[in-house]
Design a protein around this ligand. Structure first.
Ligand code: NOJ
Length: 597
C-alpha cells in the first residue's frame, strides 16, 4: 500500500477511536423518516424506498448516523402502516424486498445505520394469523385476545367484556361474526392485539426480528411497548376525570390494566437478549433497541433493565414532548432535562426527542422562534438525539381541513374536535425545493397536501441561502461529533433571572458552553459567575439564525449578549474545531475510498 495511504489509515483509526464511544448509538444522531412523505420516486404521490435511497446522501451530509423508518411492511393502511398484514414483506406502495436490500446496501456504503420499526403489539386484522385465529384454526386459537361479550342485564344484548377504551376512541373490543366472540384492540379495530401470554406468539415475533436482522438492519424502534400486556382478569379501569378527554377517549380512564403491566419489561429484556445473541453468534456489530413509551418517568426507567438482564438501549425520552409547551421557561427545560439524567440508572444512555409523526411539529408546538434553539438543545445534550424529518428546516404544521384529514385517530372523532386528535399536520410531504409538490413527487395529487410555505421552507433554498436553519443544524451535528459532546461532562446553570439555561460540556482540556435564552428579550449573561475556570474570552462556534452574533467572533465571557429565543455555542477556538472537522471528513472519506476500491 502506498505510504501516504498507510499514514492516513493510522490517523483515522486513532481519530475514530478517540472520537467515538463504545457503540455508535450511545451518542447516535438518529433521523426518523416517515416513508409516505419523504420522497416519491414513481410519481404516485406517496413516498417510497427508492425515493429514500435517492436522498440518503442528504442524510449523510446532514451528519446523521442512524436512519429509522416508520413501517414499510405490507398493510391495508388503516393506520398508515402500523397495521401490518405481513411482517416479512414490503408494501408494494413502498417497493419490494429487492428495493429494501438495495437500500441497506446504500446505507452501508454511506456508513448510515438502518433501523426498522418493529410493531409487536398488534397485527392487521388482514394478517393470516388473525384469519386463522378468527376461525379457531388449531394452534392459532389464542394468538389474539378473545373474550365472550357480557350480556347486558337490562337490554339483554351482548356488550364488551369490560370498559377498556381504544386510543383511537370508543370501546377497545370488536365483535367477530366469524368467531362469535370479541377481540381486544388497543388502537384501530383493524389492529387486533397479539396475545403475548402465548409462547408461540413470542417466538413468531422473535423470528420476525431475526428475519430483518438477516437482511442487515442495525436495530429496531419498538412500537407501543407499554400496551403489550393487559390485566388477565380484565378488570374495569377507574375513571381519570381528565377534563381534556371525553367519555369515548382512552384517557377518560386511568389505564392501569391496559398499560405498563409488569411482564412488559421482561419481554423487552428477551428481545435484547435475542439481538445480543444474534450479534455474538453472527459476529456482527451490536444492534440497537429503542422503545416507544409515553409512560411515567419511573416506569420508563424500567425499560433499561439491569446488568444481569439488560433491556432497551433506551426508552424514547418523550419528557420534552409531554411537558414542554410554548410558555415553558429556561428553568422548566433545565428541570425536564435533568430529571431524566437523574432518574436514569447509572451507565445507561440518555436520549432526547422533540418531535415525531404522532405529535405536532416542534415549531408549532414549542414556538417557531425557538426552532433553532431547540435543535441546539437536542444536538448538544449527552446521549443520543432523535430528529423527525423536517425539523432540521424548522418546518411547521400544515393546517388540514376535516375533509382533507386521513389520520384514523382524527377520523374517528368529529369535525369539532378532530384538530386536537389529528397527526396529519406533522406528516405532510417533505419540501425538497420550490418546484411542483416541493420536489417530493411528480404526481398531480400527493397523499397529503404540501405545506403552503414550501417555496421558502425547503432544502434547496436553505442550502443556497447564506444562513439558514439547515446550515445551522449541520454545524450542530458536526460539533456533536467532537469528543466534548460525545464524552464530555455536563454541568449546567441558570442565569440569575432564570431566562437563560447554559451548560458546559467538558472533555479533558476541551470545552464548549451552550447558552440558550428562553426569554423573549435580550440578556447579558456573566458566564464566569456561573461556571468555574472558564477563559475570559471564548469564540462563537455557531449561533441561531438572525441572532446578530457573528460566528468566529470573540466574546467576553463576563458579558455574553444573547437576544431572546436565541442560542450560541462558545468554544476556545472555533477555527480549531472546524479544522478538526475538516480533517475528520477528509480522513473518513479517504478510508471509505480505500475500502470501496
Ligand atoms: C405508535 C405509533 O407511533 C403510532 O403512529 C401508531 O398509530 C400506534 N403506535 C399504533 O401502532
Amino acid at each position: 500500500m502506498h505510504q501516504f495511504i498507510k499514514i492516513s489509515l493510522l490517523l483515522s483509526a486513532f481519530y475514530c477511536h478517540s472520537v467515538y464511544t463504545e457503540e455508535w448509538f450511545e451518542t447516535g444522531n438518529f433521523y426518523q423518516i416517515y416513508p409516505r412523505s419523504f420522497m416519491d420516486s414513481n410519481g404516485d404521490g406517496i413516498g417510497d424506498l427508492n425515493g429514500i435511497k435517492s436522498k440518503l446522501e442528504y442524510l449523510h451530509d446532514l451528519g446523521m448516523d442512524g436512519v429509522w423508518l416508520s413501517p414499510i411492511y405490507k398493510s391495508p393502511n388503516a393506520d398508515f402502516g402500523y397495521d401490518i398484514s405481513d411482517f416479512r414483506d414490503i408494501h408494494e406502495l413502498f417497493g419490494s424486498l429487492d428495493d429494501f436490500d438495495k437500500l441497506v446496501q446504500e446505507c452501508n456504503r454511506l456508513g448510515l445505520k438502518l433501523i426498522l420499526d418493529f410493531v409487536p403489539n398488534h397485527s392487521s386484522d388482514e394478517h393470516d394469523w388473525f384469519k386463522r385465529s378468527e376461525s379457531k384454526e388449531s394452534g392459532y386459537e389464542d394468538f389474539y385476545i378473545w373474550r365472550d361479550p357480557k350480556i347486558d342485564e337490562i337490554s339483554n344484548i351482548p356488550v364488551p367484556p369490560n370498559n377498556w377504551m381504544s386510543t383511537f376512541r370508543y370501546s377497545a373490543w370488536k365483535w367477530s361474526e366469524v368467531r362469535k366472540q370479541m377481540y381486544y384492540h388497543m388502537f384501530h379495530y383493524k389492529q387486533p392485539d397479539l396475545n403475548y401470554r402465548n409462547p408461540k406468539v413470542v417466538q413468531e415475533m422473535k423470528d420476525v426480528l431475526t428475519y430483518w436482522l438477516d437482511r442487515g438492519v442495525a436495530g429496531f424502534r419498538i412500537d407501543a411497548v407499554p400496551s403489550l400486556f393487559e390485566d388477565e382478569s380484565l378488570r374495569d379501569e377507574p375513571r381519570s376525570y381528565r377534563t381534556d378527554c371525553d367519555q369515548f377517549d382512552h384517557c377518560s380512564l386511568q389505564n392501569i390494566y391496559t398499560e405498563d403491566q409488569k411482564e412488559t419489561y421482561d419481554m423487552v429484556q428477551q428481545w435484547r437478549k435475542h439481538l445480543d445473541e444474534y450479534s455474538a453468534v453472527k459476529n456482527v456489530s451490536k444492534k440497537v433497541i429503542m422503545v416507544e413509551s409515553y409512560a411515567k418517568l419511573d416506569y420508563n426507567m424500567l425499560y433499561y433493565g439491569n446488568e444481569s438482564a439488560p433491556g432497551a438501549h433506551f426508552p424514547f425520552n418523550f419528557e420534552l414532548i409531554k411537558r414542554a409547551n410554548i410558555n415553558s421557561t429556561a428553568e422548566d427545560y433545565k428541570s425536564i432535562v435533568e430529571e431524566w439524567l437523574t432518574a436514569m440508572p447509572k451507565g445507561n444512555i440518555a436520549n432526547w426527542v422533540l418531535g415525531n409523526h404522532d405529535n405536532h411539529r416542534l415549531a408549532s408546538r414549542l414556538g417557531e422562534k425557538r426552532g433553532d434553539l431547540l435543535n441546539f438543545l437536542l444536538q448538544t445534550l449527552p446521549g443520543a438525539a432523535i430528529t423527525y424529518q423536517g425539523e432540521e428546516l424548522v418546518m411547521s404544521d400544515v393546517y388540514l381541513t376535516w375533509n382533507e384529514t386521513v389520520d384514523p385517530q382524527a377520523c374517528n372523532s368529529n369535525p369539532t374536535i378532530y384538530e386536537s386528535r389529528s397527526r396529519d399536520p406533522a406528516r405532510t410531504p417533505f419540501p425538497w425545493d420550490n418546484t411542483k409538490n416541493a420536489g417530493f413527487s411528480t404526481a398531480n395529487k400527493t397523499w397529503l397536501p404540501v405545506g403552503n410555505n414550501y417555496k421558502t421552507v425547503n432544502v434547496k433554498a436553505q442550502q443556497e441561502a447564506k444562513d439558514s436553519h439547515l446550515k445551522i443544524f449541520k454545524k450542530l451535528t458536526s460539533i456533536r461529533k467532537k469528543e466534548i459532546f460525545k464524552k464530555g461532562d455536563y454541568l449546567s446553570a441558570l442565569s440569575n433571572n432564570k431566562q437563560v439555561y447554559s451548560y458546559k460540556r467538558q472533555y479533558q482540556n476541551e470545552m464548549a458552553i451552550v447558552v440558550l435564552n428562553f426569554g423573549i428579550s435580550q440578556e447579558i449573561v456573566n458566564l464566569t459567575e456561573l461556571f468555574k475556570e472558564i477563559p475570559s474570552q471564548l469564540e462563537v462556534y455557531v449561533t441561531s439564525l438572525d441572532s446578530g452574533i457573528i460566528s468566529g467572533s470573540k466574546i467576553e465571557t463576563s458579558k455574553v449578549r444573547i437576544p431572546g429565543s436565541h442560542a450560541i455555542i462558545l468554544v476556545k477556538s472555533a477555527a480549531g474545531m472546524i479544522k478538526a472537522n475538516i480533517l475528520m471528513i477528509f480522513v473518513s472519506s479517504l478510508v471509505y475510498f480505500i475500502f470501496r476500491n
